[in-house]
Design a protein around this ligand. Structure first.
Ligand code: SDX
Length: 375
C-alpha cells in the first residue's frame, strides 16, 4: 500500500490558528484580521505586539498600561549577563540568545506554570529583555561598556539607545519599527511550528522559544537576512550583480533572500520593507545597495521566476541602520518572540501532542545472530 509522504509538510494543514492568515493566492498577510501593510503604516510595534497577544489593538489606556508593564522589565539579571560575558567572543549571537533565554527560564521559579496568564507574563518579559540582551552582546563584542535600558523610550528608540548610545532621526526609527511589525508573525513557519511542537508536550515556554531560536538560525529561515548582506558585500558592485547571480544559478546554489514555501508569487511583506530599505538608502547615501537589490531581483525573476522574500530588503536595511551583520537574525527574534509566544499559548489551549507518522523503508524484520556467530 503506497503512503502519501508530505516532505517538509509542504501544503499540509496541521491545525487551526486565529493569530495570522497567510494567503498565497492573494499574496496577503493579516494579523488578527488586520492587513500587515496597514499596521506598518499606522501603528507602533508595541501596539502590534499587543494585538498579536490579545487579539485587538489597544486603546490609549491599555497601551499606556502595557508599555509601563513591559518597559519596566527591560533590565536583565547580573547572573544572565555574567553567563553571556563568559561565552566565547566568536560564538554566533544566535547561540548567545539561545543561551540567554535558557537562563531566563532557569531563573524563573514559575518556569513550569503553563497557565495563559503566566505564559503571557513570561512572553512580555522576554519581549522586554531580548533587546537588552542583544544590545549588551553587541557592545561586549565591540569592547564597549553596556548601556542600561531607558524606560522613557519606546521599544525601537530604546534598542538604538542601548546599542549606540543615541536615538537616530525618527525616520530611521520608523524604518526599524516597520521591520519589527513585518517580522512579528507568520503562521506555521519552521520556527513557530518548532515552538508549537515543544509546547505540545506541555514543556515550558522558555524551552519552546529556545528551540524556535535554533530553528530560526538556519539560513533557509531567519538566518537568510544575514546571508543576504554577506552576498551583497561579496558582489560589492551593482554592475556585477546579474552575472554573479547567473553564476550561482548555474552552479545550482540557493540564493538567500529569494523564494518562499508559501508565497510563490512574491512575499506580501516585501514592498513595505523595500520602501523602508529605500528610505534608509536615501538617508545614508546607500543607494548602491538599492541598485544592487534591483539588479538581483530582476535577474532572478528572469532566470527562475523567483521573487524576493522579506529577508532580502531587511538585511541591507539593517546594515544601513548601522547594525553588525550577526545581529540581524537576533533582531528578527526580538520581533518574532511575539508570534512565537502567541502560538505557544494557542497550542496549549489546543492541548494536542504533535506526533506525525513515518513510512518505514528500512530492512525487513530479521533475527539477531548468536553472539558466537557475530564476534
Ligand atoms: C523566511 O515560512 C515562512 O513563513 C518563513 C518566513 C517567516 O516569516 O517566518 O517567511 C521567513 O524564512 C523566509 C525564507 C528565507 N530563506 C531564504 O531566503 C533561503 C533561500 N530560499 C530557499 O532556500 C527556498 O526558497 C525556501 C527554503 C525558502 C523555500 O523552499 P521550498 O518551498 O522548499 O522550495 P524548493 O527549495 O523545493 O525550491 C523549488 C525550486 C527549486 O528549483 P528546482 O530544483 O525545482 O529546479 O525553486 C528553486 C529550487 O532550486 N529555488 C531557488 C531558491 N528558492 C527556491 N533557487 C535558487 N535560490 C533560491 N533562493
Amino acid at each position: 500500500m503506497s503512503t502519501d509522504i508530505h516532505k517538509g509538510l509542504a501544503g499540509v494543514v496541521v491545525d487551526n490558528t486565529t493569530i495570522s492568515n497567510v494567503v498565497a493566492e492573494t499574496n496577503s498577510l493579516t494579523y488578527r484580521g488586520y492587513p500587515v501593510q496597514e499596521l506598518a503604516a499606522s501603528c507602533t510595534f508595541e501596539e502590534v505586539a499587543y494585538l498579536i497577544w490579545f487579539g485587538e489593538l489597544p486603546d490609549a489606556a491599555q497601551l499606556r498600561s502595557f508599555n509601563e508593564r513591559t518597559r519596566s522589565q527591560r533590565e536583565v539579571s547580573r547572573s544572565t549577563i555574567s553567563i553571556i560575558d563568559r561565552l566565547p567572543d566568536n560564538c554566533h549571537p544566535m547561540d548567545m540568545l539561545r543561551t540567554a533565554v535558557s537562563c531566563l527560564g532557569a531563573e524563573d521559579p514559575a518556569e513550569d506554570d503553563n497557565s495563559p496568564q503566566a505564559n503571557q507574563a513570561k512572553a512580555e518579559a522576554m519581549f522586554a529583555k531580548l533587546p537588552t540582551i542583544v544590545a549588551h552582546d553587541y557592545r561586549r563584542r565591540q569592547g564597549l561598556d553596556r548601556i542600561a535600558p531607558d524606560t522613557s523610550l519606546g521599544f525601537s528608540e530604546n534598542f538604538f539607545h542601548m546599542c549606540f548610545g543615541e536615538v537616530p532621526p525618527k525616520e530611521v526609527v520608523r524604518c526599524f519599527e516597520i521591520s519589527m511589525i513585518l517580522y512579528a508573525e507568520h503562521s506555521f513557519n519552521a520556527s513557530t511550528f518548532t515552538a508549537r511542537v515543544v509546547t505540545s508536550t506541555l514543556s515550558d515556554i522558555y524551552s519552546s522559544v529556545t528551540a524556535a531560536i535554533g530553528a530560526l538560525k538556519g539560513p533557509l529561515h531567519g538566518g537568510a537576512n544575514e546571508a543576504v548582506m554577506h552576498m551583497m558585500l561579496e558582489i560589492d558592485d551593482p554592475a556585477k550583480a546579474a552575472q554573479w547571480l547567473r553564476d550561482q544559478v548555474a552552479a545550482k546554489n540557493k540564493v538567500m533572500g529569494f523564494g518562499h514555501r508559501v508565497y510563490k508569487d512574491a512575499d506580501s511583506r516585501v514592498p513595505t520593507m523595500k520602501d523602508a530599505f529605500t528610505t534608509m538608502a536615501e538617508l545614508t547615501g546607500g543607494e548602491k545597495w538599492v541598485a544592487m537589490y534591483e539588479e538581483l531581483e530582476a535577474e532572478m525573476l528572469s532566470l527562475k521566476g523567483i521573487h524576493p522574500n522579506l529577508d532580502f530588503p531587511a538585511g541591507p536595511a539593517y546594515y544601513l541602520m548601522g547594525f553588525s551583520i550577526p545581529m540581524f537574525t537576533p533582531i528578527f527574534v526580538m520581533s518574532r518572540i511575539t508570534g512565537w509566544s502567541a502560538h505557544v499559548i494557542e497550542q496549549l489551549a489546543a492541548n494536542a501532542l504533535i506526533r506525525p507518522l513515518s513510512a518505514y523503508t528500512g530492512e525487513s524484520q530479521r533475527e539477531v545472530p548468536a553472539a558466537t556467530a557475530r564476534l
